[in-house]
Write a protein that binds this ligand. Structure first.
Ligand code: PRX
Length: 692
């Protein structure tokens, strides 16, 4: 086809100087891609012609510069933002090798800026104040509102003034426990404006999880709301926040101020539990403040936010991002991976409680002056057509979501999709977990009617922004592959010894060199930062993911290789679930593994050993699940509890999870060598109790 030839032409460009982009050689050197054309999905000529990166040749040219001259490449982009003072030299400095000293990453150090100013004031000053910044779609169809850039700026300034007035200063932590209402991005931006460090806690987290985060970052203030509706359920967030504050106070971290947004239509004031002296109604104070507020100019390397994420131990990690590099990186990745144009209407279904909501609901899009849809509700309420009704209502052109939602909508049938026009859609996006080729094809063919490229963006809380992602229009796509690295990103695949493997291969995914959006530390625990991410494979950032590279140089992410499971795109540490389970008085030991789940991607499978003499029962099973819901959140509830008289352990007492994973996935003939177990008969007992 002409499409194919066009791409092949652009792939035969000279690979001069490609030594450090060798992972692309397979593509550059080939006369044609080695794959059958059937495996490849080409963007239309019409699409490519209008794209920001219209060909693979253009991508290669830009990529090459980005890795050969990172300082020049990123400085040119950074200059498009507003800086009160320019950064010094060098543009960046890095040490990713713990053997050579403290691991350190800095970008644009000495540059003085403010990300809120760049998101709002800069766009208003450019004459775009009357453009819509945020469309808010409420849980119930028909409830909605919007804010222009000027209006959003005013709201942010009022809150910023209030926060300053109650003593929040540059560098102070602020905990945000809010659902997807306008006040959530408003609060993030208000913190950024005054140099306070926000720590958003996803509103699905339990009181215990919230308390743990409060105790770790010791906020000056917490902002929440009294109650919210999600689907047909009412959730009393304030009660959860109250319980968390009681818990944190007991542990020596009292919260002095709790600003509560009153969601009157869900729960009135009189019915909201209240602690005089600590609690304040948002609506009583914030609207009284002036609508302009002085900007706190900060260093590029001053902290912007903390976001807690799961690791392989029970204690969540406070991932810390700084200002300048994060700003430049999220804005640039947003622009290119979604081929963003000023005429686009953008909707990302993620909650601001996760990194996707930080980088690609709030900062990345607003930095580009985009119009963003935010949605409070559940994507299948009142029915499975809700997403497409929203797409039609706002004329969404870029729709970014998670594979778990794609799979669940796919299961509900095409009728819910085809009922709506979806004519405005131009680009689709996927994030959070590998997207299986069948879900990819359904998304592409049914939702996008075979005309919208899919940006399958691979990245992490730690990376700040996209790392491996298609650039729509530049490359033929392969369903299920995140394709190629973003500008400035140098992925490498290493074996167990940390040796880089070239060409077609599988192994552990690491990143060589820093990029502007990289996290700088784990809050209060730089040692854990080094140990977890930089020591496993010396000299590299270790992602925790497995990955393979095919004969054409495309990257395929294969999932976590550590004790983290990915449930509906939410990261959960197996150790966190285990520690919740063993807190139940009837549970002596628990081991948690992931198993393949049709909709969630991975489900949670818990092996539980009960206290001697306690019989397993349905009630106990429910109780154990409830314990996890209460301690972590509903999204971490085990899908399966497997009663285990004993767990398979080595003679040194280490649980052999490999065996448990096989039992969980029903691959009983692939258990492998069990002879090294302290008591091999445990395995037979477990198998006998399968499906109980
Ligand atoms: O395993 C990868 C998976 O999600 C992990 C990061 O989770 P989190 O920090 O919560 O951030 C999620 C949103 C960026 C990764 O280690 N993951 C994320 N995106 C993809 C993915 N796996 C495959 N393909 C993706 N596009």
């Amino acid at each position: 086809t002409t499409n194919h030839l066009r791409h092949v032409d652009s792939l035969t460009i000279s690979p001069s100087g490609a030594g450090n982009i060798s992972h692309l050689n397979a593509v550059i050197l080939g006369e044609a891609l080695a794959s059958e054309e059937d495996d490849l999905i080409f963007p239309s000529d019409e699409f490519s012609r209008q794209a920001l990166v219209p060909s693979s040749a253009k991508y290669l040219e830009m990529y090459k510069r980005s890795v050969e001259d990172p300082a020049g490449f990123w400085s040119d982009i950074a200059l498009r933002f507003h800086w009160k003072a320019k950064w010094g030299e060098p543009v960046y400095s890095e040490n990713l090798d713990a053997r050579k000293g403290t691991v350190k990453i800095e970008w644009f150090k000495g540059g003085i800026t403010n990300i809120c100013y760049n998101c709002l004031d800069r766009n208003v000053e450019a004459g775009n104040g009357s453009n819509v910044a945020l469309y808010w779609e409420g849980n119930d169809p028909g409830s909605d509102c919007s804010l222009t850039y000027s209006q959003l700026l005013e709201k942010v300034c009022q809150l910023a003034n209030y926060l300053k007035d109650i003593g929040v200063r540059r560098g102070d932590a602020v905990v945000i426990y809010l659902p997807m209402i306008m006040e959530l991005p408003i609060t993030m931006l208000a913190c950024a404006r005054i140099g306070a460090v926000h720590s958003v806690v996803f509103a699905g987290f339990s009181a215990d999880s919230l308390a743990q985060r409060i105790m770790d970052c010791k906020p000056k203030v917490i902002l929440t709301c009294n109650a919210v509706k999600r689907g047909s359920k009412v959730i009393c967030l304030k009660d959860i926040a109250d319980a968390a504050m009681v818990e944190s106070a007991k542990n020596g971290v009292p919260v002095d101020v709790c600003v509560t947004y009153g969601n009157q239509s869900v729960l009135n004031r009189e019915s909201t539990n209240w602690k005089e002296g600590r609690d304040i109604w948002w609506q009583d104070v914030v609207p009284k403040y002036p609508t302009t507020c002085h900007v706190e100019w900060v260093d590029a390397e001053d902290p912007l936010f903390l976001l807690y994420t799961s690791g392989s131990t029970g204690k969540p990690k406070g991932v810390l991002h700084t200002t300048g590099g994060y700003m430049v990186y999220t804005a640039t990745t947003f622009k290119y991976a979604f081929d963003y144009k000023s005429t686009d209407i953008y909707w990302c279904t993620a909650d601001c409680g996760w990194i996707t909501g930080h980088s690609y609901v709030t900062y990345g899009p607003l930095l580009n002056g985009a119009t963003v849809v935010i949605f409070e509700g559940a994507p299948n309420y009142p029915d499975s057509g809700r997403c497409w009704s929203i797409v039609d209502k706002y004329k969404v052109s870029i729709f970014y979501t998670a594979p778990t939602l794609v799979r669940s909508l796919m299961r509900d049938g095409n009728e819910f999709v085809t009922r709506y026009s979806r004519k405005s859609l131009r680009i689709l996006g996927s994030v959070g977990e590998p997207i299986n080729p069948s879900a990819w094809r359904w998304f592409f063919n049914v939702v996008g009617e075979s005309k919208c490229p899919i940006s399958d963006t691979w990245w992490q809380t730690e990376t700040g922004g996209f790392m491996i992602t298609p650039l729509p229009g530049a490359w033929p796509q392969k369903p299920g592959s995140a394709t190629f690295p973003f500008f400035g990103v140098q992925p490498v695949i290493v074996d167990e010894k940390g040796v880089e493997i070239e060409g077609e291969c599988s192994g552990y995914l690491c990143i060589k060199h820093s990029w502007p959006g990289a996290f700088r530390t784990l809050y209060g625990d730089h040692e854990r930062y080094e140990t977890t991410y930089f020591k496993p494979f010396a000299g590299y950032y270790f992602t925790g993911d497995g990955c393979s590279r095919d004969k054409d140089g495309y990257y395929w992410l294969t999932g976590r290789v550590d004790d983290v499971i990915n449930v509906s795109g939410h990261r959960i540490g197996t150790a966190e679930v285990e520690s919740a389970l063993v807190s139940h008085p009837h549970c002596v030991e628990a081991a948690v593994v992931g198993f393949e789940h049709e909709v969630k991607g991975q489900g949670i499978y818990a092996f539980v050993t009960l206290v001697e003499g306690v019989p397993p029962s349905e009630e106990l099973r429910k109780n154990l699940i409830l314990t996890v819901r209460n301690q972590i959140g509903a999204f971490a509830a085990p899908d399966k509890i497997h009663w285990a008289p004993g767990l398979p352990k080595t003679r040194s007492g280490k649980i052999m999870r490999r065996i448990l994973r096989k039992i969980a996935s029903g691959q009983l003939d692939e258990l492998g060598d069990t002879s090294t177990l302290a008591d091999p008969s445990v395995v037979d007992q477990l198998i006998a109790l399968s499906d109980c």
